[in-house]
Design a protein around this ligand. Structure first.
Ligand code: AMP
Length: 118
């Protein structure tokens, strides 16, 4: 499902609406960035379009400008926390680790990040 309307039972639509608490670190008219509740690195911030799109591919098709803004904001989040090196991850599909089906980019930084990922 995708589109600008909030989706019932979507955790991240709830955070966008202010109904679910989150530690927001950056906001723009089209995106919010908040700390992951279960951080996997010293910096672990989620970048989330305010509009609901299930996956990064859906977002790329529906609103590529927002996807480009998200990528720029990821660099800004890392820079704000003093990191020039960071990883931007979009898990896509349950088997790849996606558990929230409202597109989000994970910004991870502040420790050595191994490759290949687990
Ligand atoms: P993914 O598994 O790629 O879909 O990522 C979902 C991420 O959302 C996980 O890293 C969770 O720890 C995180 N998460 C789930 N609920 C919340 C919440 N209420 N506030 C902040 N992060 C959350």
């Amino acid at each position: 499902m995708s589109g600008p309307e909030a989706v019932a039972d979507c955790m991240f639509c709830g955070i966008v609406a202010g109904d679910v608490p989150a530690t927001i670190v950056r906001e723009t008219p089209r995106l919010i960035a908040f700390r992951d509740i279960d951080p996997q690195a010293p910096t672990h911030v989620l970048l989330v379009p305010r509009a609901h799109h299930a996956s990064v591919a859906e977002l790329a098709g529906a609103d590529p400008d927002v996807l480009a803004e998200l990528v720029r904001e990821a660099a800004a989040v890392a820079a704000d926390e003093g990191h020039s090196a960071y990883r931007l991850v979009f898990n896509t599909g349950a088997e790849a680790g996606q558990s929230v089906f409202h597109v989000h980019g994970h910004v991870l930084a502040g420790r050595p990040l191994a490759w290949p990922p687990g």
